[in-house]
Design a binder for this molecule. Structure first.
Ligand SMILES: Cc1cc2nc3c(=O)[nH]c(=O)nc-3n(C[C@H](O)[C@H](O)[C@H](O)COP(=O)(O)OP(=O)(O)OC[C@H]3O[C@@H](n4cnc5c(N)ncnc54)[C@H](O)[C@@H]3O)c2cc1C
Length: 411
C-alpha cells in the first residue's frame, strides 16, 4: 500500500470526523479501525443538539431507522420530583437531540467518510514506530500480516484506552476528574418516548444514597439504553462497583418504562476521560482527538460531540500544516481548544468537585427540580448550549460566574 499523506488511527466519532473533514479539504487520508463495522462501543448512545449539528454538517441521514429523535430531557430527583425540559431554542444548534446505538452511528459516519474519499481499513491495528517523539512510521497489522506506512501526519483517535497515544508519551493528568459508567439494553414498550431521562438522586433498593446519576435513553425500536455513572470526585467512588450500581438502579427505575426482567446482552462499563486531561495533544507530526485527548465534557459526560468537534478542529490545523509544509502549525491546536473550552471545563471541574458529596448533589437536585427557570438554565449550561449570539439573562449570569472563575487558581 502506498503511504497516505495522513493516517487516522481509530474509526470512532473522533477519527471519522477528522478523516471526513480532511478528505473534504482535498487530502489523501487513510482511516484504520481495529474492529469491523458494525462494532459495539460501550456508550449511553445519547446525542445532544451539539452532536446533531456536527452530524448535520457531515451529511448524516437522520431518516435512518436506527435513529430515534428526542425533543428534550426528563429529570428526576427521587420518585416524586420530575421535570420535562425541551431542548432550548438556539441561534446555531437545532432544538432536538437523538439516540442511536453506537454500532449504527459509527458505521454510518465512517461510511460517509468513505464516500468523501477516505480509504477505510477495518480489522487493522496501528502501532507507532517512534524516534525522538516523532512518528517515523506506523505498522498496520491485519489478518496476520503487517505493513509499514510513513504518513506525513498521524491523527490519534484511539479512544479512552489510548494505547497508540500512550506509546508516544500521551499521559493523563491524575489531578483532573474522571468518570466511570456502565450501561445495558433492556426491552421496553415505551421505547418511542420523546424524552431522554435522567435520575439525579440515585438510591439503592434499601433507600440508601448512591454517589452518581442514572439514565434511561429510549432507542425507538422496543429497547432502551439504561446506565449509571459516577465521578471520581464522589466520596467512596473507588469502592463502587458500577455493575452492581446498575442492577440497583434498574431495580428502582420508574415503572413507566416496564423494563424487561433481564437485560438484552451483558451490561458493560467504561471510563470517561474528561476535561482535556490528556496531553501532550500534539507532537512533531501527530495530533490527538476525542477521548484520546480526554475531550469529554465534565458537566454531563457527553463525549460524542466533543469527539466530532475536536476531530474537525484538528483537521483544520492538519490541513494548514500540510498546505504550508509546516508541521509546526499543529501546535496551535491546544490553544484553540483552550480558547474554546478551557474556561467552560474549568467551571465544570469546580462543579463536579462540589457535587462530589452525595448530600450536596441531592440537595441541588431537589432544589433545582422545583424551579423550572433554574433547571432550564442548568440544562443549557450542562449541555453547552448557551447562546453567544443572542445573550439572554441566563447567558449574562453565566458570563458573570465565569468572570469570577477565570480568576480562581483552580487546577
Ligand atoms: C458507559 C458510557 C456511556 C457514555 N454515554 C455517552 C452518551 O450518552 N453520549 C455521549 O456523547 N458520550 C457518551 N459517552 C462517551 C463516548 O462514548 C465517547 O466520548 C466517544 O466514544 C469518544 O469517541 P472517540 O472516537 O474518541 O473514541 P471511541 O469511540 O472509543 O473510538 C476509538 C476507536 O479506535 C479504535 N482503535 C483503538 N486503538 C486502535 C489502534 N491501535 N488501531 C486501530 N484502531 C484503534 C477502537 O476500536 C475504536 O473503534 C459514554 C461513555 C461511556 C463509557
Amino acid at each position: 500500500m502506498a503511504s497516505p499523506e495522513i493516517l487516522v488511527v481509530g474509526g470512532g466519532p473522533a477519527g471519522s470526523s477528522a478523516a471526513l473533514w480532511l478528505a473534504r479539504a482535498g487530502h489523501d487520508v487513510t482511516l484504520v479501525e481495529a474492529k469491523e463495522y458494525p462494532r459495539d462501543k460501550t456508550c449511553g448512545d445519547g446525542l445532544t443538539p451539539r452532536a446533531i449539528l456536527q452530524l448535520l454538517d457531515m451529511g448524516f441521514d437522520f431518516d435512518s431507522p436506527a435513529f430515534h429523535r428526542v425533543t428534550g430531557l426528563r429529570s428526576y430527583a427521587g420518585d416524586d420530583l420530575m421535570i420535562e425540559l425541551e431542548w432550548p431554542q438556539h441561534s446555531k444548534f437545532p432544538d432536538w437531540g437523538g439516540i442511536i446505538r453506537r454500532r449504527d452511528l459509527d458505521q454510518q459516519v465512517a461510511a460517509i467518510a468513505g464516500k468523501e474519499g477516505v480509504k477505510v481499513l477495518q480489522r487493522t491495528t496501528a502501532t507507532p514506530v517512534i524516534e525522538d517523539g516523532r512518528v517515523v512510521a506506523v505498522d498496520l497489522a491485519s489478518d496476520g500480516e503487517t505493513e509499514r506506512v510513513t504518513p506525513r501526519i498521524t491523527v490519534i483517535a484511539d479512544g479512552s484506552q489510548n494505547r497508540f497515544g500512550r506509546e508516544i508519551g500521551v499521559t493523563r493528568r491524575k489531578d483532573y476528574p474522571l468518570g466511570l459508567a456502565a450501561r445495558g439494553y433492556w426491552a421496553s414498550p415505551r421505547s418511542k418516548d420523546p424524552f431522554m431521562e435522567s435520575q439525579l438522586d440515585l438510591r439503592d433498593p434499601t433507600g440508601a444514597t448512591m454517589p452518581g446519576y442514572g439514565w434511561v435513553f429510549p432507542l425507538g425500536d422496543g429497547t432502551v439504553n439504561v446506565g449509571v455513572g459516577l465521578l471520581s470526585t464522589f466520596t467512596r467512588w473507588k469502592d463502587v462497583n458500577t455493575s452492581r450500581m446498575l442492577d440497583d438502579y434498574v431495580a428502582t427505575a420508574p415503572d413507566h418504562w416496564e423494563l424487561s426482567e433481564e437485560p438484552l446482552g451483558k451490561p458493560m462499563g467504561g471510563k470517561l476521560i474528561m476535561s482535556f486531561s490528556r496531553g501532550p495533544l500534539v507532537g512533531p507530526n501527530w495530533i490527538v482527538v476525542g477521548d484520546a485527548a480526554g475531550a469529554i465534557n465534565p458537566w454531563n459526560g457527553e463525549g460524542i460531540s466533543y469527539a466530532y468537534e475536536t476531530g474537525r478542529i484538528a483537521a483544520g490545523y492538519v490541513s494548514q500544516a500540510i498546505a504550508a509544509d509546516d508541521p509546526g502549525l499543529l501546535h496551535r491546536y491546544p490553544q484553540h481548544l483552550q480558547d474554546e473550552f478551557g474556561l467552560y471545563y474549568k467551571m465544570a471541574r469546580i462543579f463536579v468537585k462540589a457535587i462530589g458529596r452525595p448530600t450536596i448533589m441531592r440537595t441541588l437536585a431537589h432544589t433545582g427540580l422545583r424551579n423550572r427557570p433554574l433547571m432550564e438554565w442548568t440544562l443549557k449550561v450542562m449541555a453547552n448550549l448557551l447562546d453567544e449570539d443572542e445573550k439572554g439573562i441566563g447567558e449574562r449570569a453565566y458570563d458573570a460566574l465565569s468572570g469570577i472563575v477565570r480568576a480562581l487558581p483552580v487546577k
